[in-house]
Every structure is written in structure tokens, then in C-alpha cells.
Design a protein around this ligand. Structure first.
Ligand code: GLU
Length: 441
């Protein structure tokens, strides 16, 4: 049984990059029949809010993800404290008293000497008496995990064989001076306790993985499989960070995009497959394979997303949209779906159908329209009416091609582009069509 998790911090809303992580986990769970945990990494109680958590839950639901289980790190502090005690007892978690300033000075000195700025483990050498003195001065310890300093290896399901030598890393701080936890330890404990089998996350966590594997092993836990996907860049090739607000899932939803356009994009970006609209998740599940993800950064282009949204809408049947187009009909949707970028654009075509439409007829086309009006068939109108009518107009007037069709389109819609007139004409109806063909209306 596979278990994956998506672990956002509720210190903001999720954006397309986080959504991609969520979707990859979701597809993996669906493909393997496993479960999906939504885990709020809210150990930073000062910056985490219920409002952001609720927003993330809404974003995740909008994307079509239904977590099997929801967990909050803030509800598990007792458990983390117990594990931290065990690590202390085992000598893997040790108290350090340096202030941020002291550490910074030390880092600079090492850099000046051409040494890597790795924590020197000075605190490990403190005697009991020295520690007591520091505590008497009012200093509170933060706690570091003593790394093995070895070549940690794993087979990454996206990046292939990986190794990180933890001798090149500073012993990570797991518990802050105020007793709060950094993300590293709670994440390991949760992954162990919840039986997480696969950790699928961004490659910004590759180094963390080496540390977390060491912690997992120190705790006697089963090391999960890891898959680190590349990060997204903007269309300009630069990181997304500056415009994250605009790229939030909430903004995309407010902008009227279809969730499956976002999901299709998130699932296929940076894979060997063409980015194409998938109206249904099952197609994405069938084609899903972590091995298809490229290690190169994937470019996210908002214009491409809008284009994908349009392509998706063109495929959607009436049943998929009818609840969101109250008062409309299937005939209306089939007429206009090829000419909308967002579903809300359908309203613009409703206005064109209902009128009034601008009178943009060129003076030289007036008499042509009068002839066309005289040939307008009587109702009922069907999808064949346009063809029958324009054939009659063609043989009477001798016009063909663009000179035949464009004046009719301009008169009937006020626009030089739009849905097929064969589908639009019956929706406009004879009364309105006749009125729009009228000279000097
Ligand atoms: N809260 C972490 C993040 O958003 C989770 C990383 C992980 O998946 O372990 O980066």
C-alpha cells in the first residue's frame, strides 16, 4: 500500500509550483491505489493561520484532490518532544548556545580562510560546567542533530542514483531556542508514523533528504522512497518567486480558469509528453510515470495555461458546464465552446446572440444584405438553415467566399470573427436576424 503526502505550510496560499507537487503526489496515489495525506506543516505557529489552511483546503479541493487523511503538525508537539528526548538520550541531539551573531562571525571567519562555512561543533566540546555557566547567564540552547558525516545514498525515482556526503553539511538545528521545531524533524516523524512510502517533492529538498534519511535511520524507521522533481521557472527562465501571488491557485480560480486545465498543465509540464488538455483525470493517471519527468527546470507560461484552458473548453460536453451556465442550452454551448478562452466568455456570445449588435455594414454591402434578407428562410431553423440560405444568396447575387460570408457575419454579429454561423443562426432566430439585415436599421 503506497502512502504519499502533500505538506504545505499554511503561511500563505499555494501556487502553481506547490500545486504541481500536490498533483504529482495525487496521480501517484491514484495510479498505485494508495492514500494521500494532506499534512499542514504548521510548526511555525506564529506565521501559520487557520485562514491560510482553509484556503489551501479549498485550493486542493478545487484541483479535484480528495485527501484520504488530513494532519496538522501543530497537534503533534508531544510526539515530537518524546522523539527529541530519545535523540538526546542517544547523543544524536546536542545543545548549542551560540547566538545568531556569533555563528555569523564564525561563518565569516571560516569563509575568509577559504573553508566551507560548516558548523564546527564547538558545542559538543562544552563541559557540564561550561554549559551550566551559559545557562546561568540566561542562555537557552538550540538543538542540533549530530550527523554521521557519511555518503548518504538513495535511488531517486526522478533523479536516479543520488548521494550527498553529510560530512559537508552543518549539523542541522532541529529544535530552536524557544523549543519550537524546524520542519526537518517533525517531517521525518510524521512520515514514519503515517507510513509514508513515497516522498515526492521539489528538488530544493535534495540536501534535506540526506539529513532526513540519517534521522530516520537514527530513529530506526523505514526510509521511504524519494522522488525530487525539478522546480518551475517563469516563461523568462527565472524563478517564479517574485510573482507567486499572481500564480496562486486562488488567483487562477478567480480568473475563471478550469481546474482540469491547471491540473493538465501541472501534470504534464516538464515531462516527455506534450502538454494537452485532459478533461478527465483518468487519462493523466493512465499516462503517469515519475520516470517521464525531466530533471531540467520546467517553464511555466501563463499564456500557455490560458491557451490550454481554451483547448480544454473546446472539448467539454454540455454536461460538464451546464451547472455553470444557467439558462443556456446544449445548442448554445456547442455553438460557442470553440470560441471561448474562459467559460465566462460564453456570456459575450450570449450578448451577441441577443443583441443589439453594432451596425458595421459597409455602404457597398447594403443592397446585398437586402437581397439576402429577401431570401431568409422561414422558421423552424436548424443547423442546415445557414447552408440552404447562403446557397440561395450565392446563386441570386453571384457572390461567393469571403464577399458572400463576411457581410452576413458582420451584419448578424457586429464582428468579423466568432462561432460557426450555422450554429449561431438558429440561436439568433429569424426575427432578430431579419432586423439585423434590414437596411438603415
Ligand atoms: N513544508 C515543506 C515545504 O513546503 C514540505 C516539504 C516536504 O515535502 O517534505 O517545503
Amino acid at each position: 500500500m503506497t502512502v504519499v503526502r502533500f505538506a504545505p505550510s499554511p503561511t500563505g496560499r499555494i501556487h502553481i509550483g506547490n500545486a504541481r507537487t500536490a498533483i504529482l503526489n495525487w496521480l501517484f496515489a491514484l495510479k498505485t491505489g494508495g492514500s494521500f495525506i494532506l499534512r499542514y506543516d504548521d510548526t511555525d505557529v506564529a506565521r501559520s493561520t487557520q485562514e491560510f489552511a482553509d484556503g489551501i483546503a479549498a485550493d486542493v479541493a478545487w484541483l479535484g484532490i480528495t485527501p484520504t487523511r488530513v494532519e496538522w503538525q501543530s497537534k503533534r508537539f508531544d510526539r515530537y518532544a518524546a522523539v527529541a528526548s530519545a535523540l538526546r538520550a542517544a547523543g544524536r541531539l546536542y545543545p548549542c548556545y551560540e547566538t545568531a551573531d556569533e555563528l555569523e562571525r564564525r561563518r565569516k571567519r571560516m569563509q575568509a580562510r577559504g573553508l566551507p562555512p560548516i558548523y564546527d561543533r564547538a558545542a559538543l566540546k562544552l563541559t557540564d560546567a561550561e554549559r551550566a555557566r551559559l545557562e546561568a547567564e540566561g542562555r537557552r540552547p538550540h538543538w542540533r542533530f549530530r550527523l554521521d558525516g557519511r555518503d548518504v545514498q538513495w535511488h531517486d525515482l526522478i533523479r536516479g542514483p543520488q548521494h550527498v556526503n553529510t560530512a559537508n553539511l552543518s549539523d542541522p538545528v532541529l529544535v530552536r531556542e524557544d523549543g519550537s521545531y524546524l520542519y526537518t524533524l517533525p517531517s521525518v516523524i510524521d512520515d514514519m508514523d503515517f507510513g509514508v512510502s513515497h516522498v515526492i517533492r521539489g528538488e530544493d529538498h535534495v540536501v534535506n533528504t540526506a539529513v532526513q534519511i540519517e534521522i530516520t535511520e537514527a530513529l530506526g524507521g523505514a526510509v521511504p522512497a524519494y522522488a525530487h522533481h525539478s522546480l518551475l521557472t517563469g516563461a523568462d527562465g527565472k524563478g517564479l518567486s517574485k510573482r507567486l501571488g499572481a500564480l496562486s491557485i486562488a488567483a487562477m480560480r478567480a480568473d475563471g480558469l478550469e481546474p482540469m486545465a491547471v491540473v493538465s498543465m501541472a501534470a504534464l509540464l516538464g515531462t516527455s509528453e506534450n502538454i494537452h488538455p485532459c478533461p478527465d483525470i483518468s487519462e493523466l493517471v493512465a499516462g503517469f510515470d515519475l520516470g517521464k519527468l525531466s530533471r531540467a527546470p520546467a517553464r511555466f507560461d501563463e499564456r500557455e495555461l490560458l491557451h490550454l484552458n481554451a483547448r480544454l473548453l473546446h472539448l467539454l460536453p454540455w454536461t460538464a458546464v451546464k451547472d455553470r451556465l444557467p439558462g443556456e442550452s446544449e445548442a448554445f454551448w456547442l455553438a460557442v465552446r470553440g470560441n471561448v478562452e474562459r467559460l465566462t466568455d460564453a456570456g459575450l456570445w450570449r450578448q451577441v446572440i441577443d443583441g443589439p449588435v453594432a451596425d458595421v455594414t459597409a455602404p457597398e454591402d447594403r443592397s446585398f444584405l437586402t437581397e439576402a434578407l429577401a431570401l431568409l428562410p422561414s422558421e423552424p431553423w436548424t443547423g442546415d438553415t445557414w447552408k440552404a440560405w447562403t446557397e440561395a444568396v450565392k446563386s441570386t447575387t453571384g457572390r461567393k467566399g469571403k464577399t458572400l460570408f463576411m457581410p452576413l457575419r458582420l451584419a448578424l454579429t457586429g464582428l468579423d470573427h466568432g462561432p460557426e454561423l450555422a450554429a449561431l443562426l438558429p440561436l439568433i432566430g429569424r426575427v432578430a436576424a431579419a432586423q439585423r439585415l434590414q437596411p438603415g436599421r
